[in-house]
Every structure is written in structure tokens, then in C-alpha cells.
Design a binder for this molecule. Structure first.
Ligand code: ADP
Ligand code: MG
Length: 695
């Protein structure tokens, strides 16, 4: 019954192939679920003198005054001046230049629809949609949907308008009842939701705002409802069916550590969290717990104590970190903290030498190594354990759900899983991203911490900054200088980094400067890090490879170069590298003097607060979910097509309570009333798998 996309009138094999490649649209159902990301109110016509920056798509009515073809080759373009009597805007075409040039005339009145750009006081609009005003009545509806499309798509006429035509073509070639209802009818009625087929049509061809809101609510609800249903059901299944390794006592190691090795008293928050972990591990069920704690809150100690419980019970624990630097640092830290306790530990990363690797693998397999620290190398299939009881994953946001799952298979009875993250996230997001985990929060910082002072400097303040850094170094402190490196391959960034290194060497000839970045060989990276950790080098010039987890309490200065190029949460992570000891620390945000509005707000936020949650919220407000969304999405059972985890928190809460209510009555979704839901879950899961195999 299902029509093939390529046979639909107006699509054809070529467009179908591009849709598949660019947007993963394979079927007509996929096409219908490709929703507009925005709607423009086409009942409103602006005046040219009302145009301001950041306005996006608007409509203008007026006449062309003049036109001119300028430039050659790829720069060749048609520019025309357009006026409505209140001002002039330049309209530009790069395609179909000659056709447009002859079609434009100075007498007709046109309605233009496009993105208005203000640049250096000049107004322009590129490739607007144009309608002669006498034809205006033909426009359908007043809300025009805007679809995201790619360059490849635009090249074959699939711009936003083209996408809408495709959707229209799909609607014309199917019957309304071919659009399946995916929610049980009792649920649709109970909450007075729009039917799915109506909602989809309205989302693409809205007439009124009220109707559109209802439609989008219905579609978002459905999507988020299934996310929650899937997460909660899995959690239930795990609870009931996954038997965990039961630890019977807190073991000798933890006791000994507590008596003889503790360098400082754990905070109340740390003790509480260790207690929660201990309760999980002796419950007989598998632990799946997330420990959330801002940078510097002392997650490492919690991990350490948890691993000692395990090793004290004669079982194995592993600690997995996202980077080699961090793994090495954890390993060295553990070695010095546990020195003399007779615990055999190992470090396994991608650069572990073959012979040593062989030793480690056999030590893990026969159980003689009790604690292993490492990177992704730990989850490789060649790594087998004698009796792995606990896997700790540090800085979870770099690990996907799949990788977490791979750890399960390292023991016949799945090991307890402890995930540690510093990413501060609002509650609704947390319960979605980590919907299948229990959450512990380290909500207090170790005592004696002085909040980091953050200041904004411009490049022309460099001398003042150097004088300040010098005073800190004279007091025996250390400093970081971080350069942005968005793509590890960006040549320009490396040049900046290199120059920054040379600059610091020249400006501080009597101090040692080291440099760390992702392109160094692991041994070189290690050596440079080690020089800084041991205090041999006082200044470290680095890329964001040091963003996560690095711990050098004696460092009190963090200079972030081109700070405007970093996101808020990244800035927060970087700042977290200082302020880890008892001395006052400083974070210097270095920027150009010309800053965009958003950059300025980010910098201001950083100067105003050191609270991770406040920063996360500001980040959401400023930037939309961004990275967080990426992180969040990777933790979801399937990809979101219409909802937004950051903005739709109310719908998430509602969807979650609906899902909870249903699962309370029918935990396995086997009641006849639940058939629609269990089928839809199966379909969504199957869809996801198909794609992972292709990409
Ligand atoms: P994060 O949560 O960012 O991983 P770490 O575990 O690296 O934080 O701890 C940050 C710093 O705080 C380290 O130098 C650590 O030794 C110190 N620290 C941790 N717990 C305490 C505590 N209870 N009292 C004092 N200092 C502590
Ligand atoms: Mg850490």
C-alpha cells in the first residue's frame, strides 16, 4: 500500500536520492515528519525603515528602482534597488541572473519575502521569494512554514518552498487514513489531543496560530511521551530482571583507606553519595547511577571510595575517562593515594605498548589486577575481566549510551555502573537524558574554596595582564593559557596556539612554558602535562584538551584567549581548572573589542556567576540547547523531530507523568489498551536500528 517516495509526482528518483542523503528521508512518512522549524506571519508587511538587525524573514511591498549585473565568474550577481517610499534595500541574486534581469520591471508592485540583513548600515536581501501584488490573494494561509534545507538540496530547487511542495505532493498521493494514529484513542480523548493526521497536516499547512499550536502540542506530546515511555519501561525492566552483583560488606580496603590514607575529610555530600552507591551495590540489583557534581566538587574521591568497596570484596573495578590525559592523571592520582595498600592497579589506553598491554590483559583476565584506569580502550572486546563488579565512567557526556551498554557484557552478571558528570543541567533535561539512571548530586563544594574571580580583558590590556600573571608566578603559582580549537585540524588555530606559546616564552623568559594540544604524540603530551603537574613548568599553553578533569591545585590563573569563541558551558569547564586549591584564583577572558551581542552576554554571565546551574540556564536562554541538545539527543532512545528538550520542559513533564501513570497500571504494556503503544515503541526502535546500520 505504501507509495514509494520517488514515484510521487513532483519528486522523482533524483530528488528522492537527495532527500535520503541529506535528511535521511526515505519514505513518505519520513517526509511528513520533516517539520518546519519556524513559521512566518505573512499577514504582516514591514516598512523598509522598520528593518533592524536580527529580524530574519520579513515581507516588503514596493517597486524596483534600478538593476545592475556586477562582478564576474562566481562573484557575478544581479543587484537591484527596491523601495517602498520609506527607504531602500538592495536585493541580490546569484542564480538565474539573466532571467531575473529581464523579468524585473520598474512599473509593477512586488511583494518580497526573504531574510533582511543589516550590514554596516546597509540593507540587503538575497534571493527573496517574489509575488506580483495583484497575485497576492493566491497565497495559501497567512502562516508560512520555513523548512531547514541544505546547500545540496537548494541546488536542485529544494529550498523551503520546494520542501513544502514535496510535502504537498505527498499529501496528494495518499489517503488521509493512511496516516496512522500512534496514540491509543482513549489517551487522545482523555487529553483532548488533535488527531495525528490532522496535526501533521496543520503543522505543514497552518491557517491560524491557535490551530498550529494545538497541532504542535499534539506532535510534541506524542514524541516526548514515547521517549519517556521507552526510558521508564527500560528502567522497570532492568529493575526487575537484571540481577546485580551483591556485595556483602564494605570491605577491608575502604576501612584501611579511611583510617590511614585519607588526605582530607570527605564533605557531607561526598559521604552521602558514597552511601547511596554502597546501598545500591549491596541491594542485589544492578546499580545504574549518575553522580552529578559541579567542577571541583570532588567526584574523584567518590569514585575512589566506591572502587575500594569493590576491591575490598575481592572483585575488580574499572575507571574510564574520555581522554588519555585524564586517564593518566586519574591513574597517577590513585597510585599516590593508595600507595602501600597492596592494591594492583593498571593504566590501559590506546598508546599502551603491546607487551605491557598483554600483561594487563592477562592480569585483568585472571583477576590479579584489581583496579584498572583507562580510556575507550577498556571497552574493546579483547579486554576481559575475571570478575568486574563496578565500572565508573568519568565525564559521561563524552560517552554514548551504547558504550555504557558495552560495559555490561564484561561480566556474566552485569557490573554496577557509576556515571560521573559535571555538566550541570536543568532537571527536566536530566531526567530525560538520564531517564534510565538514578541520580545522586554532590551539592556542596569542599570547604575553604574561594570563588574564582573572573575578569574580561581586551587585547590592548595585554601588558597589564602580563604584570598580573608575573605577580602570581612570583608567589609560586601556575597559569594556564587556553586557545580555542574548534576543529582539531584548523590550521589557523594551530598557528595561534604556536604564536601564543612563543609569545609567553618571550614575555616570561625566566619561567618554563609547556604546550599541550591534541596533535602531540601521547608520550609528548604526557611529558608536557607532567612538567606542569610537577611544577617544573609554570605556564601551560594549551587547547581545550585540558577542558575536562585536569587537576593542578597550584594553578591559580586561567587565561582564555578568544573567549568569545567558546560556549558558556565550555568556559565554565575551563574555569573549573583553577580555584581547586586554597588560594584565590583568577579567570581572564580575553576577547577582541568588537563583540556580538550574544558573546558579550556570555562573557558578562561568566563574570557575574560561578554557579554551574545558573550558567547552564543562561546557556539555554542564550543559545538554545546547542551542545546540550546534542548530548541529550545522544542519550535518547530515538531522535526528536519536533520537540526541543530545552524549551518544551512543560510538555516533557506532562508526557512523563502520563507515561508513569500508564506503566503503573500496566508495566509491561501487555494490556489490550496498550497495544498501540507497544507497537509504536517497537516501530521507533526498529527505525533507529536501520539508520545506525547505514551511517
Ligand atoms: P571534580 O568533581 O571536578 O572531578 P575533583 O575530584 O578533581 O573534582 O576534586 C577537585 C579538588 O578538590 C581536588 O584537588 C581534590 O583533591 C579536592 N577535594 C576533593 N574532595 C575534597 C574534600 N572533601 N576536602 C578537600 N578537598 C577535596
Ligand atoms: Mg573530575
Amino acid at each position: 500500500m505504501s507509495v514509494d517516495l520517488q514515484f510521487i509526482k513532483g519528486i522523482g528518483p533524483k530528488r528522492a536520492a537527495v532527500l535520503l542523503r541529506e535528511l535521511e528521508i526515505a519514505t513518505w512518512e519520513d517526509a511528513l515528519e520533516y517539520f518546519p522549524f519556524r513559521y512566518v506571519d505573512r499577514s504582516k508587511v514591514y516598512k523598509i525603515n522598520e528593518i533592524v538587525a536580527d529580524m530574519n524573514y520579513i515581507q516588503l511591498v514596493g517597486r524596483f528602482m534600478s538593476r545592475e549585473v556586477v562582478g564576474v565568474g562566481t562573484k557575478r550577481r544581479l543587484t537591484a534597488k527596491f523601495t517602498d517610499g520609506t527607504g531602500v534595500i538592495e536585493v541580490v541574486w546569484f542564480n538565474n541572473i539573466d532571467g531575473m534581469a529581464s523579468a524585473l520591471n520598474g512599473t509593477d508592485e512586488y511583494l518580497l519575502f526573504g531574510k533582511a540583513v543589516v550590514y554596516g548600515g546597509r540593507l540587503s536581501m538575497t534571493h527573496p521569494e517574489m509575488t506580483r501584488t495583484p497575485d497576492m490573494q493566491k497565497l495559501t494561509g497567512t502562516l508560512q512554514p520555513i523548512y531547514n534545507t541544505t546547500e545540496q538540496m537548494k541546488r536542485i530547487g529544494l529550498n523551503s518552498r520546494g520542501m513544502q511542495k514535496i510535502i504537498e505532493a505527498v499529501f496528494n498521493s495518499i489517503l488521509p487514513n493512511e496516516i496512522r494514529e500512534t496514540l491509543p484513542s482513549w489517551l487522545v480523548e482523555k487529553h483532548n489531543l488533535m488527531r495525528r493526521r490532522d496535526a501533521i497536516r496543520v503543522a505543514h499547512f497552518p491557517h491560524t496560530m491557535a490551530e498550529l499550536e494545538q497541532a504542535r502540542f499534539r506532535l510534541k506530546f506524542e514524541e516526548l511521551f514515547y521517549v519517556q515511555l521507552s526510558l521508564l519501561r527500560n528502567k522497570n525492566i532492568n529493575r526487575r530482571s537484571v540481577v546485580g552483583i551483591r556485595l556483602t560488606s564494605a570491605g577491608t580496603h575502604l576501612n584501611e583507606f579511611y583510617k590511614n590514607h585519607l588526605r582530607f575529610e570527605p564533605t557531607g555530600a561526598q559521604k552521602r553519595v558514597v552511601h547511596e552507591i554502597w546501598n545500591d551495590m549491596r541491594s542485589g540489583q544492578q546499580m545504574n547511577r549518575l553522580v552529578q557534581g559541579d567542577v571541583g566538587s570532588g567526584k574523584t574521591l567518590v569514585a575512589l571510595m566506591s572502587m575500594l568497596i569493590v576491591s575490598g570484596n575481592g572483585m575488580q573495578a574499572c575507571l574510564m575517562a574520555p581522554t588519555e590525559i585524564l586517564a593518566t592523571q586519574h591513574y597517577n592520582g590513585l597510585q599516590s593515594e593508595l600507595c602501600g595498600m597492596g592494591i594492583r592497579m593498571a593504566l590501559l589506553t590506546g598508546s599502551t605498548k603491546t607487551k605491557e598491554r598483554r600483561n594487563i590483559l592477562s592480569g585483568l583476565a585472571d583477576g590479579s589486577i584489581q583496579i584498572v584506569v583507562g580510556t575507550h580502550a577498556l571497552i574493546e572486546p579483547t579486554v576481559t575481566f575475571h570478575n568486574l563488579a563496578l565500572a565508573v565512567i568519568d565525564e559521561q557526556h563524552r560517552f554514548g549510551v551504547q558504550q555504557r551498554a558495552m560495559l555490561w557484557s564484561k561480566n556474566t552478571c552485569p557490573p554496577h555502573i557509576l556515571v560521573m558528570t559535571a555538566t550541570p543541567i536543568p532537571r527536566t533535561l536530566a531526567m530525560t537524558i538520564y531517564g534510565d539512571l538514578d541520580v545522586s548530586v554532590i551539592d556542596k563544594m569542599p570547604p575553604g574554596r574561594i570563588p574564582v574571580t573572573t575578569e574580561h580583558y581586551f587585547h590592548n590590556n595585554r601588558n597589564r595582564l602580563n604584570a598580573f600573571v608575573r605577580r602570581q608566578l612570583q608567589e609560586g603559582r601556575q597559569a594556564y593559557v587556553v586557545y580555542p580549537l574548534i576543529e582539531e585540524s584548523e590550521r589557523l588555530d594551530y598557528k595561534n596556539l604556536q604564536q601564543g606559546f612563543e609569545y609567553m616564552c618571550n614575555a616570561f623568559p625566566d619561567y618554563n612554558v609547556c604546550m599541550v594540544h591534541g596533535k602531540l604524540k601521547p608520550a609528548e603530551k604526557d611529558e608536557a602535562m607532567q612538567r606542569f603537574v610537577s611544577g617544573l613548568a609554570q605556564i601551560m599553553v594549551a587547547t581545550t584538551v585540558i577542558e575536562v578533569g585536569v587537576n593542578v591545585p597550584n594553578a591559580t590563573v586561567m587565561i582564555i584567549e578568544s573567549a568569545e569563541r567558546f560556549g558558556l558551558s565550555q568556559l565554565h569547564q575551563l574555569r573549573g581548572r583553577v580555584g581547586r586549591g586554597a588560594a584565590q584564583s583568577y579567570c581572564i577572558l580575553m576577547t577582541d573589542s568588537a563583540l556580538s551581542r550574544d558573546s558579550r552576554r556570555r562573557i558578562e554571565t561568566m563574570c557575574l556567576t560561578t554557579d554551574g546551574f545558573e550558567i547552564a540556564e543562561a546557556d539555554l536562554r542564550l543559545r538554545g540547547p546547542g551542545d546540550l541538545e546534542g548530548t541529550a539527543q545522544s542519550g535518547l532512545p530515538f531522535k526528536l523531530k519536533i520537540s526541543n528538550l530545552a524549551r518544551d520542559s512543560e510538555i516533557i513533564n506532562f508526557a512523563r507523568s502520563c507515561a508513569e501513570e500508564i506503566l503503573k497500571i500496566d508495566p509491561t504494556l501487555s494490556h489490550p489498551d496498550s497495544v498501540v503503544m507497544s507497537e509504536q515503541l517497537r516501530r521507533l526502535a526498529a527505525n533507529k536500528q536501520d539508520w545506525s546500520q547505514i551511517s
